[in-house]
Ligand binder design. Structure first.
Ligand code: PEP
Ligand code: MN
Length: 265
């Protein structure tokens, strides 16, 4: 496989421009709300990122919701507004693309296309993202194996797009005490098998706000190249995933712990 270390020994470095990289040897910190909600919220999170030297912001404008009646995102208009505010502050945008028809319209406003867990094996979407000259982060499927994640990455890489990032976000197991089971095992295994950078999402991985920081740190110590977690100015009021979202004080503390732990690794 092209994404395997056997094919390419040198770790892949994903260049987002302006000196911002997702790559082995650095610790990428990505935070932001589950959903992009309002202009005030975008401004608050961008300011939080700037204050804490966080260069990449996450947020969904197209939301894959289990219920069709739940908030489904601000769509392209929300992304345009977000891009305007974030780019002025030098913050890169990580956001989910749900279908092939969105790739082109999102292109001018996105820095990393996120492929969500539910679309991890949407092979048409992966094929089309393989033709794009922009970074792609693929999340592990809800019940996806490590091998299936690597196969999904192979679709994009073999299409010609080598700006690829893998993300462990927890898998569905028999355990119901946590939202998902964050598979820390996947991190050293993915790092050993592939030259691609590996990011951990402890927010969806455990789904419980109080435990997100320790799982993020466990991810750092497991060898991850970056962390993506949810934060919001008032998590209790978030339109989605508030129960696993950090407030800004918690997020600021976590970002510095992540950097300290990484420095000690
Ligand atoms: C998200 O990042 O908000 C999200 C929907 O993640 P996942 O696809 O991992 O469930
Ligand atoms: Mn979420």
């Amino acid at each position: 496989k092209l994404v395997s270390k056997k094919w390419k020994a040198k770790p892949t470095s994903v260049d987002l421009g302006d000196g911002i990289f997702i790559k082995e040897g650095e610790m990428a910190v990505i935070t932001g709300p589950c959903s992009i909600e309002t202009e005030e919220q975008i401004r608050a999170v961008v300011a939080h990122c700037v204050e804490n030297d966080i260069k990449m912001m996450r947020g969904g404008v197209f939301k894959p919701r289990s219920s069709p009646y739940a908030f489904r995102g601000l769509g392209l208009d929300g992304l345009k507004l977000w891009h305007q505010i974030a780019s002025e502050a030098g913050i890169k945008i990580v956001t989910e693309v749900m279908q092939t028809s969105q790739i082109e319209e999102m292109y001018p406003y996105v820095d990393v296309y996120q492929v969500g867990a539910r679309n991890s094996q949407n092979f048409n979407l992966l094929d089309e993202l393989g033709k794009v000259d922009k970074a792609v982060m693929i999340k592990r499927g809800i019940s996806g194996t490590i091998e299936e994640l690597l196969q999904s990455a192979e679709y994009v890489f073999s299409g010609g797009n080598e700006k690829l990032i893998l993300c462990e976000r927890g898998i569905r197991t028999y355990e119901r005490a946590s939202r998902n089971t964050l598979d820390l095992n996947a991190i050293p295994i993915l790092k050993a098998k592939s030259h691609l950078p590996v990011i951990v999402d402890p927010s969806h991985g455990i789904g419980i706000r109080a435990y997100v920081p320790q799982m993020a740190l466990a991810g750092v110590m497991s060898g991850a190249d970056g962390i993506i977690y949810e934060s919001h100015e008032v998590p209790e009021k978030a339109y989605s995933d508030g129960q696993q979202t950090l407030d800004f004080a918690q997020s600021a503390r976590l970002a510095s712990w992540i950097r300290e732990s990484f420095a000690m690794r």
